[in-house]
Design a protein around this ligand. Structure first.
Ligand code: HEC
Ligand code: HEC
Ligand code: HEC
Ligand code: HEC
Ligand code: HEC
Ligand code: HEC
Ligand code: HEC
Ligand code: HEC
Ligand code: HEC
Ligand code: HEC
Ligand code: HEC
Ligand code: HEC
Ligand code: HEC
Length: 440
């Protein structure tokens, strides 16, 4: 304001031209202040060659004894007197430290500079790093605008209503450049920390880790999902996908159209990596109930458990296994527990010869056959998921069983015994047990 008044004052009252022109010119002479006016940018008042809007002139033609101390006002007031827009802007906001301390000229040259906005440093970050420690530009990954020295896209150098002098709310800030991330919020499932703040996971300046993450991805997830660290550390059977591909093999970090932030829907996620299983399922005529539903996690925990193949319940790994109900907990979670408890039955199972329960016969003994001896767990080409081949022992030797099914029973020819038939209505008579069955 003072500047304008001054010019008006000179013009209107036609103040002794001598004084006005003295104010304008007399300070820059052949001997004095010869460097002023040589820089690329000149401060407004100096462009008009007026020094005494800021400096109190000396007596007569004499320069003041000490220019530095002879201002009309001190500190920021000197500047804000004319920069009233900025003054208004500062009101009601948190002002940057140096402004609080009354310093404009720590960043701006009051007279002239080769840098825009009369800044005292050519590179923005050099200006900021005169006071702030540089913890950013030496990181492995430096964020685009930081590398470009554009601190002020994110921080207002003067003041802000937002914490850390941010130029807008955090989310808007990130999305002002990363517009494509607006789609995160349009999906069905949005990860909670993403709704809160991007900096839950990303550092704004730079990071040791790709994508400016706070930690490498698995540690990042673990930081909040502590229960997983425990689950994984205490589990005997961890899904290799976690150790090999990390959490992001299956989960999106930001959002997804699938529940639990999965990359693909629950039906497809497992088969996206398990090619052999995928082929088997595609090529099989009969799919086991939960497999048909795409519910792999009904039996396998996606992450880790204490049971082999991270099954959710115990299931014997071996061909022969002593019978106990709990040993087939995996299957009995959904199927009738009694299938092998009664030696004789007319209701519990169709796998019987007359009333003789053949599940009981095969399964319920010290050297019982595991369900997988006869059944496919996932998919197969025979009814009731009866296998075409039986894995023998722990070897990879596969015995064909040549199962045939009839209206009222069925039969098979296995390496371990001659053709065997069962019939629920007209039981087949057997004089003695087969060799393998009696040998036990
Ligand atoms: C917008 C206000 C303003 C105007 C206009 C202004 N000065 Fe200054 N001047 C200052 C401030 C503030 C300082 C103190 C700078 C510092 O401490 O680094 C200063 C310091 C000085 C100094 C001493 C330190 C130095 O930089 O050598 C001289 C000499 C000086 N000014 C001359 C002038 C002359 C000559 C003019 C007119 C051509 C002028 N000033 C116009 C604000 C102004
Ligand atoms: C007498 C009035 C006056 C005073 C006092 C004054 N300025 Fe200015 N300032 C101006 C004018 C006029 C301009 C040029 C018009 C514009 O660009 O806004 C200007 C421009 C600037 C600019 C450059 C803006 C740009 O867009 O390039 C900065 C930075 C600045 N002043 C900082 C200061 C600082 C720091 C002080 C205190 C040391 C100060 N001003 C004191 C009148 C003043
Ligand atoms: C910490 C350094 C710093 C301090 C202290 C500082 N400024 Fe600035 N100022 C800047 C930077 C950096 C810019 C350039 C902003 C940009 O590029 O958008 C700027 C821009 C300006 C501008 C021009 C753009 C605008 O916002 O109108 C003016 C005028 C200005 N400052 C005046 C002042 C005044 C007056 C003070 C003291 C009250 C002050 N500054 C204190 C760093 C500072
Ligand atoms: C003259 C020294 C100085 C310069 C130059 C300076 N700052 Fe500051 N800055 C401070 C002080 C002092 C504080 C307040 C004390 C604090 O919180 O650390 C501060 C605070 C901040 C804060 C807020 C920190 C918080 O914890 O809330 C940010 C962000 C910041 N400055 C960014 C910048 C940027 C960007 C620049 C360059 C444009 C810059 N500073 C230049 C001295 C400076
Ligand atoms: C992409 C936006 C962005 C850019 C660019 C940026 N900052 Fe920041 N800065 C932030 C955010 C967000 C925070 C708050 C961090 C937090 O919440 O811990 C911050 C915090 C700060 C702080 C205070 C806390 C700390 O980490 O020390 C300082 C100082 C700071 N920034 C300086 C700078 C400087 C200097 C530059 C330029 C070299 C810069 N910033 C560039 C977004 C940015
Ligand atoms: C001023 C613009 C700007 C702002 C604001 C900004 N960024 Fe960036 N960001 C960039 C640029 C430029 C890159 C580098 C682009 C590249 O390399 O593809 C980048 C890169 C990134 C990357 C790495 C992308 C990759 O593919 O490697 C992440 C993550 C990121 N920014 C997150 C953020 C977050 C979080 C915020 C808010 C705190 C933010 N950005 C604010 C401009 C910005
Ligand atoms: C829960 C942690 C987390 C949060 C919160 C988060 N991100 Fe990310 N972000 C990541 C991870 C992890 C990656 C790396 C993705 C990868 O490796 O494929 C990433 C990558 C990115 C990328 C680059 C690659 C891409 O997928 O496009 C951008 C840009 C990005 N994030 C922006 C943001 C923004 C903007 C926000 C806030 C709205 C945000 N992020 C919040 C974890 C997070
Ligand atoms: C800053 C903390 C934080 C980080 C880091 C984090 N999460 Fe989360 N996550 C949460 C919170 C909070 C929830 C919501 C929990 C709730 O609603 O009970 C959540 C929910 C989830 C869910 C969905 C749970 C549900 O029931 O819908 C999954 C999956 C998930 N996070 C995976 C991840 C993965 C993968 C990572 C690493 C990229 C990760 N999280 C990093 C805090 C975090
Ligand atoms: C092999 C794919 C896969 C990997 C790798 C994976 N998850 Fe999951 N995650 C899933 C599936 C599938 C679900 C849904 C389970 C369900 O609905 O029963 C899930 C659910 C979750 C949930 C929600 C749990 C709940 O009880 O609702 C969280 C949290 C989670 N995962 C975090 C993680 C973290 C952290 C990692 C990395 C340590 C990780 N996941 C790795 C597939 C995976
Ligand atoms: C990101 C890829 C990936 C995804 C997605 C994935 N897995 Fe895996 N899985 C693996 C890898 C790698 C192994 C270890 C190599 C192998 O045995 O095939 C493995 C091993 C397994 C094993 C143990 C195999 C053995 O012979 O010991 C089971 C069971 C399993 N996965 C089930 C699942 C289920 C269920 C899902 C869905 C919730 C799933 N996987 C999703 C990569 C994946
Ligand atoms: C009804 C429970 C159940 C369901 C549902 C299930 N599995 Fe399994 N899965 C098992 C059992 C039990 C084993 C161990 C079989 C063995 O020891 O031979 C197994 C073994 C595996 C293996 C190890 C390799 C193999 O062929 O033996 C993989 C891989 C696997 N399952 C993936 C899947 C995928 C993918 C799905 C979903 C399409 C799925 N499972 C659904 C019970 C199930
Ligand atoms: C998550 C529940 C679940 C688990 C666990 C489960 N099943 Fe099933 N099972 C089903 C469903 C559902 C059907 C389809 C029933 C139907 O079609 O009527 C089925 C069908 C069968 C059939 C064919 C029955 C028929 O009438 O067609 C056999 C055999 C079978 N399961 C064996 C097993 C074995 C062996 C296990 C343990 C490895 C097991 N199941 C674990 C749900 C399960
Ligand atoms: C020696 C081979 C064999 C063993 C071992 C075996 N099953 Fe079966 N199971 C069959 C045959 C054959 C059928 C088909 C009966 C029919 O429909 O004629 C069958 C049928 C079933 C059915 C369909 C309903 C019923 O009982 O008719 C279920 C469920 C079943 N088995 C579950 C199991 C479970 C669980 C185990 C392990 C505890 C197991 N099976 C062990 C051969 C076996």
């Amino acid at each position: 304001m003072r500047f304008i008044f001054f010019l008006l004052w000179c013009a209107i009252i036609n103040f002794p031209a001598a004084l006005c022109s003295a104010a304008q010119n007399s300070c820059i002479t052949a001997e004095c202040h010869i460097d002023i006016g040589k820089a690329k940018y000149l401060h407004g008042p100096l462009a008009a060659d007026i020094c005494i809007v800021c400096h109190i002139p000396g007596e007569g033609d004499q320069p003041p004894e000490n220019h530095k101390l002879s201002y009309y006002k001190e500190g920021t007031e000197l500047c804000l007197d004319c920069h009233d827009k900025l003054e208004k802007f500062l009101k009601g906001k948190t002002n940057h430290g140096p402004l609080e301390d009354g310093e404009c000229i720590i960043c701006h040259d009051p007279h002239q500079a080769d840098n825009r906005f009369l800044l005292v440093e050519t590179k923005m970050q050099d200006l900021c790093f005169t006071c702030h420690e540089d913890t950013m530009t030496n990181q492995n990954f430096v964020h685009g605008p930081v590398a470009g020295g554009d601190c002020v896209v994110c921080h207002d150098p003067h003041a802000s209503k937002n914490d850390f002098l941010l130029t807008s709310t955090r989310l808007e800030l990130c999305q002002s450049c990363h517009e494509e991330t607006k789609i995160y919020f349009k999906r069905k499932y949005v990860h909670k920390p993403v709704k809160e703040s991007c900096e839950n996971c990303h550092t704004p300046h730079g990071s040791k880790f790709a994508f400016h993450l706070k930690h490498d991805t698995t540690d990042l997830c673990w930081e909040c999902h502590r229960e997983f660290v425990q689950q994984l550390n205490s589990s005997d059977s961890k899904h290799t996908a976690i150790t090999k591909n990390g959490c992001l093999g299956c989960h999106q970090p930001h959002s997804s159209d699938n529940d639990k932030g999965l990359r693909e829907n629950k039906k497809e996620i497992c088969l996206s990596c398990h090619e052999i299983m995928k082929r088997k399922i595609r090529e099989s005529q009969y799919l086991h109930g939960p497999v048909k539903e795409g519910d792999c996690v009904a039996c396998h925990d996606a992450h880790a458990t204490n049971y082999a193949k991270h099954l959710v319940k115990f299931f014997p790994d071996d061909f022969y296994f002593p019978y106990k109900i709990e040993n087939y907990a995996m299957c009995f979670g959904c199927h009738n527990k009694e299938v092998a408890t009664e030696e004789s039955t007319e209701t519990l199972t169709n796998f019987r010869n007359g009333k003789k329960n053949l599940h009981f016969l095969h399964v319920n003994r010290e050297k019982g056959r595991s369900c997988k001896a006869c059944h496919e767990v996932h998919a197969g080409n025979q009814e009731k998921h009866v296998r075409q081949e039986v894995p023998f022992g722990s070897s990879n030797w596969l015995l064909p069983i040549n199962y045939t099914k009839t209206e009222t029973g069925g039969g098979c020819v296995v390496g371990c015994h001659k053709e065997k038939k069962y019939d629920r209505k007209n039981p087949v008579l057997y004089v003695e047990q087969t060799q393998t069955q009696t040998k036990e």
